[in-house]
Write a protein that binds this ligand. Structure first.
Ligand code: MN
Length: 499
């Protein structure tokens, strides 16, 4: 899917230089666009666009980019000087994310050859400054990447940004289905859905559980048979759940729920959904295993009606396509406060995505004290040690705030044979004390998107595209500075608000 997306490479110039120089500019730009297109660091296509030399040409290509669904953003570069008043109408019209690549065709100065012709052709060092001034004067959010276009680090940064742009594009058309409302009285998973649509693009569609039940009841025995067979092949299934086992019917019920849920989502074009255990009338079990498997297939999910996390998870699933490691719905569940190493045990009552599983999950059935239903099926696994992030989006009343905490997933001190759910154990950066303090001061939710393959760098790009508040908690976080940042941001967003 990411390969269907395009970044348009737009080079600015002007007529002053004459046709020969402009031809050279076009050739260089084509070479750069083609190299970026082929780069393994970029999961999307890069498309060369003819060099723009007038305000009219700039405006036209921007409007075309706006109106091309496959185009998820533009890359701009001023090979020569491109007087920036020419860019005002185009940049004002731009509705796609934009990246300003501050590069130069030649890497090195041609010491013995350099003359004024060379100087007149290779002017990005000052041409991009003129362009940067106008972008700043127009108060435009954009990414600036500096360095030679063949440099691996430059290409990596463009790749990261392009993933954020893909997630942003996905959010613009994303439909979230909600079965039931929020868990009663819960605050942080609530929010303004109208504002979310205005600011973030996605739409939230409420359904009664009866609508889903109707779809589930239509599922045929043959469809249940084939899914159960597949599950028995792909997982390590508990004996009691296997065909002929005492509780096989429960596995069949879970397969029935999954098939109905999947069909409901696909028919309605929903790529994300929420459930709530307070509204399950007619369902025999809380959908656990079904949700885990749907997440692994790329659907966004939020428990207890958490539509913001569901939407964020879906966007991050798109952003992470093709990368090693997984991305899951998560909750900070319980702590290990031992002085030798303070850690967080993350989990949920059922719904953790199998994409983050270290080994093949086991499928079991256990009682669930909540929801008042039959025992639900779930897959159980642990998560591989390594770098990850937790991301949370909250509604501060006048704005959305995205909070990201870098974490280090660590091995279990001891096995947890009685824990009947999937889980991850991590140490937040810079440590649990400062990390959790900052998170709580920022109003971060207990629900998060946990990701092993999307970096904080990528989330920062995403927040800039969305023009929402972004707070990072990492190794450099000091509470003294963080508290000031919160205060300053309150003032900034108060002043930024429309009347
Ligand atoms: Mn929860």
């Amino acid at each position: 899917m990411l390969k269907d997306f395009e970044l348009w490479f737009i080079t600015g110039s002007q007529h002053l230089y004459g046709p020969e120089t402009l031809e050279q500019v076009a050739k260089h730009s084509q070479a750069i666009a083609s190299e970026l297109d082929k780069s393994k660091e970029l999961p999307v296509k890069v498309v060369f666009k003819p060099v723009v030399k007038t305000a009219e040409e700039i405006y036209e290509v921007v409007v075309e980019a706006n109106n091309t669904p496959a185009c998820i953003g533009i890359i701009t570069w001023m090979h020569t000087f491109s007087p920036a008043k020419m860019w005002i109408s185009g940049l004002n019209a731009l509705q796609k994310p934009f990246l300003h690549l501050h590069t130069q065709y030649n890497r090195d100065l041609p010491w013995s050859e350099i003359d004024m012709d060379f100087m007149n052709l290779n002017q990005a060092a000052h041409g991009d400054r003129e362009f940067g001034y106008m972008s700043s004067r127009l108060r435009l959010q954009r990414k600036v990447i500096v360095g030679h276009w063949q440099d691996a680090e430059v290409q990596r940064q463009i790749g990261v940004w392009s993933r954020a742009a893909a997630g942003w594009q996905e959010m613009q058309t994303l439909k979230v289905a909600r079965f039931g409302d929020n868990m009663r009285n819960v605050a942080v998973t609530e929010g303004d859905k109208v504002d979310a649509q205005i600011k973030l693009g996605f739409t939230v569609h409420g359904f009664g559980i009866g609508d889903l039940l109707e779809e589930i009841n239509r599922v045929s025995d043959a469809d249940i048979d084939s899914l159960v067979e597949k599950i028995e092949k792909e997982y390590q299934v508990a004996d009691e759940l296997k065909k002929g086992g005492a509780r096989h019917e429960s596995l069949r019920e879970s397969a029935k729920i999954e098939t109905g849920l999947r069909s409901f989502l696909d028919k309605g074009g929903f790529k994300a959904f929420t459930t709530t255990f307070e509204d399950l009338h007619g369902l025999k079990q809380l959908p656990g295993f079904a949700v885990q498997r749907l997440m692994a297939d790329g659907y966004g999910f939020g428990a207890e009606g958490d539509w913001k996390t569901a939407a964020l998870l879906r966007a991050m699933k798109v952003m992470s396509e093709g990368l090693t490691g997984g991305t899951s719905f998560m909750e900070d569940y319980t702590y290990h406060f031992h002085p030798d190493g303070q850690k967080v045990l993350g989990s949920h009552m059922l719904e953790v995505c199998e994409s983050i599983a270290e080994k093949q999950p086991v499928v079991e059935i256990h009682p669930l004290g909540i929801g008042g239903k039959e025992d639900p099926i779930r897959s159980i696994f642990t998560v591989k040690p390594g770098q990850a992030i937790n991301a949370s989006v909250v509604d501060m009343g006048n704005r959305f705030r995205l909070i990201v905490n870098e974490v280090e997933v660590v091995p279990l001190d001891m096995p947890m044979p009685k824990l009947p759910v999937a889980s991850a154990l991590w140490v937040p950066k810079p440590n649990l004390n400062i990390g959790a303090s900052a998170w709580i001061l920022a109003g971060g939710a207990h629900h998060t998107v946990f990701s092993q393959n999307i970096s904080a760098e990528c989330m920062e790009c995403f927040a800039e595209m969305a023009d929402i508040e972004y707070l990072l908690i990492d190794d450099n976080t000091s509470l003294f500075d963080f508290k000031k940042e919160l205060k300053w941001n309150n003032m900034y967003y108060h002043m930024q608000q429309r009347i």
